[in-house]
Design a protein around this ligand. Structure first.
Ligand code: CMP
Length: 140
């Protein structure tokens, strides 16, 4: 299996509860390396662009409001099969369906305030990483 990169966000519900370190510990324990990381306050423009694929969904406005409501930590993760490895350790989008030991089972508050985001494909990972990071900020 090839080494891959994926994009991760620790969301406002988690930064608000001071869970950045706890979530990073779960990520690292899963064998993923955090090779880029920055704490930012997303602008509405950034959030609308990032979640553009969900523009027509009824929860789009709520999602953008939430993602701009407080600090987030954007990350680049690297490891074997990183996209799937990260999705596995995040758990299901809805925390009620997330497996034991996953980040969302441990920390998510609801389907909207679900603590973390992770890319769903290698192609999207590349696009998402490039929205927030320059190559110089990624140190593998
Ligand atoms: P994420 O992996 O960041 O990608 C899209 C996000 O939309 C998802 O996590 C959830 O936080 C959010 N989302 C998905 N379904 C709903 C919903 N029914 N209500 C509110 N937010 C949702």
């Amino acid at each position: 299996m090839a080494t891959q990169r994926t994009f991760s966000i620790i969301k406002p519900d988690a930064t608000e509860r001071n869970l950045t370190g706890a979530i990073n510990a779960v990520i690292e324990k899963a064998g993923l390396r955090i090779i880029g990381q920055r704490r930012i306050k997303m602008t509405r423009e950034q959030a609308e662009r990032f979640y553009g694929v969900h523009k027509e969904r009824p929860f789009f406005g709520e999602l953008v409001d939430f993602m701009t409501s407080g600090p987030v930590v954007v990350q680049v993760l690297e490891g074997e099969n990183a996209v799937k490895a990260h999705r596995d350790v995040m758990g299901a989008t809805n925390p009620e369906e997330a497996a034991d030991g996953t980040i969302r089972k441990l920390y998510a508050k609801s389907i909207g305030e679900n603590s973390v985001h992770g890319s769903d494909s290698e192609e999207n990972a590349d696009l998402e990483i490039r929205q927030f990071f320059s190559e110089a900020e990624i140190v593998g």
